[in-house]
Design a protein around this ligand. Structure first.
Ligand code: NAD
Length: 487
């Protein structure tokens, strides 16, 4: 099956940081796939901007190498490659130097006209202000322009508010696209489809029927070369403030009146504002990975011998409103863990009374699991009768609700989140992007926690484990347990 695509209008996309990792690994392949699938028109234009003194031909060679490395099967189509590379231009520009901006002006018409013009800031945040200022001063912005940024969006509430202020000086809120690429994942959007397009989940989606929610983002890798960036930041700021809280919002939000950007974001904001302050220190567990066989510890990786930065964090959060009163949301994320898995698990309460004799076995709690990584999938854990004539024996069964086969899509390439998100930028659809007030509300909750725990010594954990023992205790204390991290 070929996915249905609606072509977007011709556009100009200016990628600042075009020679960097994000641009080569994600953006260039994403744009190629959108053209390959018939969504990006041939008269769209991509203008790469970076410091490297390349000409357009030199940058096209770099883009081609990125397609070889990260573009997969579809990128072998020679004719499509030729068409795609023809859309690419390049401008060498140091954004900190005023002199270079005229070269970008030469590459773009002054007015956007009816072509949407997006500035994608695939650069370190210290360049966000100068670029917002630069494109504005060069007269390259108007009502049809938009700006795209991505984490880190500040490191606390004050810096996030300052960043929002920088952009607000030159763009209105509907022109600012703050990416959290988790929101571009198919499964995350499916969570909204499941909740709001089916009648039978929503009546159960509350404290009466849901026992707890677990959100896990586990990585196998350590900080690798990112040590200098990561040290002093840690898992709370790097992962919880954005990805995990965004997932929590989508589970916990009230049904918006429409699937429309501000209606959805208003509901997410209400969830963030309803997060109860964490008052019990035992509800926060911070860990740091120790050395393992052939693997350096975090402090060796980061070359920071006395560092107290956490590479793992587990939290018990609570959404203090009528729907969720008393339902814990357990969050955990860490590096150098047993496996790479991102998952949301909604664990329902047990049936109120068992009619079956003890010999039949116990019914497991129903679990709706949404897996984002490594393979996207949605499953519902059920209890059924064990097939056969052996009497009434209860057995667990997992319903695969991914439905790729039902839709004839099992052979379809799963589009990367960036493909969806970049096209949404061009369409001007902000539903899957964070609004400035959401980012600030998330920081406000995180800041209150980091103010209490930063500087405490994190508990060391074995690489390849499920994190520190105290994280297991966090749930054991409540008579619950984390879901297994598969190998
Ligand atoms: P990178 O270091 O690989 O690339 C940075 C780019 O910025 C390069 O193209 C470089 O030429 C350009 N640059 C640096 N100084 C410049 C200047 N003065 N003028 C013009 N261009 C300049 O970084 P990256 O990994 O691509 O990440 C870019 C941003 O995106 C960072 O803020 C990062 O935190 C964020 N991010 C990256 C990823 C990822 O997967 N790499 C994921 C999420 C967010």
């Amino acid at each position: 099956m070929v996915a249905r695509v609606v072509p977007v209008d011709p556009f100009d996309l200016v990628v600042f940081g075009a020679t960097g990792d994000l641009a080569r690994r994600k953006l260039i392949p994403a744009l190629y796939h959108r053209m390959h699938d018939g969504q990006m028109p041939e008269d769209a234009r991509i203008v790469g901007v970076a410091r490297a003194q390349l000409d357009a031909e030199g940058y096209r060679r770099m883009a081609e190498a990125a397609l070889d490395e990260f573009g997969g099967e579809d990128a072998r189509d020679a004719e499509m490659r030729r068409k795609f590379l023809a859309t690419i231009d390049y401008v060498p520009l140091d954004v900190m130097e005023e002199a270079g901006w005229s070269r970008l002006k030469d590459a773009l018409p002054t007015a956007c006209g009816d072509r949407p013009r997006a500035f994608y800031l695939s650069v370190a945040p210290r360049f966000f202000g100068p670029i917002a200022e630069g494109v504005h001063a060069a007269g390259l912005t108007d009502a049809n322009s938009r700006i795209v940024i991505e984490k880190p969006l500040g490191h606390d509430l004050a810096s996030a508010a300052a960043l929002n202020g920088v952009f607000a000086g030159h763009f209105s809120e509907h022109q600012i696209f703050r990416i959290d690429h988790y929101l571009g994942k198919e499964t995350v959007q499916n969570l909204m489809a499941l909740r709001f397009a089916n009648a039978f989940f929503e009546p159960l989606w509350n404290a009466r029927h849901i026992d707890h929610v677990q959100i896990t983002v586990a990585e196998k890798v350590g900080v690798e070369g990112r040590g200098p960036y990561y040290d002093g930041i840690g898992a709370m700021r790097d992962m919880v403030q954005n990805h995990l809280l965004q997932l929590l919002c989508l589970v916990a939000m009230e049904p918006p009146s429409q699937f429309e950007p501000d209606a959805v974001r208003d509901e997410k904001l209400k969830v963030l504002r309803a997060l109860a302050p964490l008052t019990r220190l035992e509800d926060v567990v911070r860990g740091q990975y120790a050395a393992g066989p052939g693997m350096p510890s975090y402090v060796e990786d980061a070359n920071a011998p006395t560092s107290r930065t956490e590479t793992f964090i587990a939290l018990k959060a609570e959404v203090a409103n009528w729907r969720w009163a008393g339902v814990p949301f357990y969050l955990r994320t860490g590096k150098r863990m047993k496996s790479r898995v991102s998952e949301v698990a909604v664990v329902f309460k047990s049936a109120p009374h068992s009619i079956f004799p003890a010999a039949s076995g116990r019914a497991a709690q129903n679990v709706l699991a949404l897996r984002l990584q490594p393979d996207e999938a949605i499953t519902l854990g059920m209890t059924i009768k064990e097939p056969g004539p052996g009497g009434m024996r209860l057995a667990p069964a997992v319903l695969d609700m991914t439905f790729a086969d039902t839709l004839g899509a099992s052979n379809m390439r799963m589009p990367d989140a960036y493909e969806r998100l970049v096209m949404d930028v061009i369409r001007g659809d902000q539903t899957l992007f964070m609004r400035g007030d959401e980012v600030e509300a998330a920081w406000a909750w995180v800041d209150a926690i980091t103010a209490r725990v930063d500087g405490e010594r994190p508990e060391l954990y074995e690489p390849g484990s499920a994190g520190p023992d105290d994280a297991l205790m966090l749930m054991h204390r409540d008579g619950r347990r984390w879901r297994e991290l598969a190998q």
